[in-house]
Design a protein around this ligand. Structure first.
Ligand SMILES: *Cc1c(COP(=O)(O)O)cnc(C)c1O
Length: 231
C-alpha cells in the first residue's frame, strides 16, 4: 500500500473508534481530505481509496488542481480565508464553502453562484477561541449573520465551522467543540453540519458532534510552505 492509502486506513480507523466511543454512526461523519499544498497526484491516490471530498485554502492552487482532475467526480470544499474580490471563482467552482464569516462575502457568493448549479453549501466560521484567533465571526454576531445568510437564494446554510486554537489539552479541545455545537443548537435554523476537528483533535471533535472532520497532515504528511502558496 502507498503511504497515502495507509494513512487513509489509519484515519478511518480513528474516526470509527471515535464514533464508537461516543455511540455515533460512523457514516454520519464525513472525511474531508485537506489537500492544500499537495499535488493533484496525491488527490488522485486518495480518490482511488474512496475519498471524494477535498478541501482547499488557496484559490489559484485549487483551480489548477481542479483542471487536472476533471475526469474524477470530486466534491470541492473551500476552507480558507475569503477576500471579497475572490468570491466569483469560489461561487463557480466549489460545492461547499466552510469559511464564510461575514454577510458581504455570503451576499457576493449568492449573487455570483452559477445559474443552474445547485445552491452553494455554506458553513459559517465562528471564532470559538476569543482573542487568540482572528478568523471567524464573534459568537455574539452569529445569530444575526446566520439569519441573514439563511435567506440568500443561492446559498444553503448547512451549519458552523471552527478552527480552535491548537492545544494538546483534551478538556480544552472538548470545550471549544462543545461551544460550537451549542451555538449551532441555539440558532433557530435547520442546520445539519458541524465542520470541526483536524489531524490532532478529531477524536474530541467527533465526541462533540462533528459531521465533517478536515484532515490534512494525517493523510498527506507535513506541508512544505517553502514555496509560497499562490493566492
Ligand atoms: C490546513 C487546514 C486543515 C487541516 O489541518 P491538519 O492539521 O493538517 O489536519 C483543516 N482545516 C483548515 C481550515 C485548514 O486550513
Amino acid at each position: 500500500m502507498s503511504t497515502i492509502a495507509e494513512n487513509i486506513a489509519k484515519v478511518r480507523t480513528r474516526i470509527r473508534e471515535a464514533a464508537q466511543a461516543s455511540e455515533r454512526d460512523f457514516s454520519a461523519i464525513g472525511l474531508l481530505a485537506v489537500s492544500k499544498t499537495k499535488p493533484a497526484t496525491a488527490i488522485r491516490e486518495a480518490h482511488a481509496c474512496g475519498v471524494v471530498d477535498f478541501g482547499e485554502n488557496y484559490l489559484q492552487e485549487a483551480l489548477a488542481k481542479q483542471q487536472e482532475l476533471t475526469d474524477l467526480p470530486l466534491t470541492w470544499h473551500f476552507i480558507g480565508p475569503i477576500q471579497s474580490n475572490k468570491t466569483k471563482p469560489i461561487a463557480e467552482h466549489f460545492h461547499w464553502v466552510h469559511s464564510v464569516d461575514r454577510l458581504k462575502i455570503a451576499e457576493r457568493l449568492s449573487a455570483q453562484r452559477t445559474a443552474g448549479l445547485a445552491p452553494l453549501n455554506v458553513c459559517l466560521q465562528v471564532n470559538v477561541s476569543g482573542e487568540a484567533s482572528k478568523s471567524g465571526c464573534a459568537p455574539e454576531e452569529l445569530p444575526a449573520l446566520a439569519a441573514a445568510v439563511s435567506t440568500l437564494p443561492n446559498l444553503r446554510l448547512r451549519g458552523l465551522m471552527a478552527i480552535p486554537e491548537p492545544t494538546e489539552d483534551r478538556a480544552e479541545q472538548h470545550a471549544a467543540f462543545a461551544r460550537l455545537r451549542q451555538l449551532a443548537h441555539s440558532l433557530d435554523l435547520p442546520l445539519d453540519t458541524l465542520s470541526m476537528g483536524m489531524s490532532h483533535d478529531l477524536e474530541a471533535a467527533i465526541a462533540e458532534g462533528a459531521t465533517w472532520v478536515r484532515i490534512g497532515t494525517a493523510l498527506f504528511g507535513a506541508r512544505d510552505y517553502g514555496q509560497p502558496a499562490q493566492q
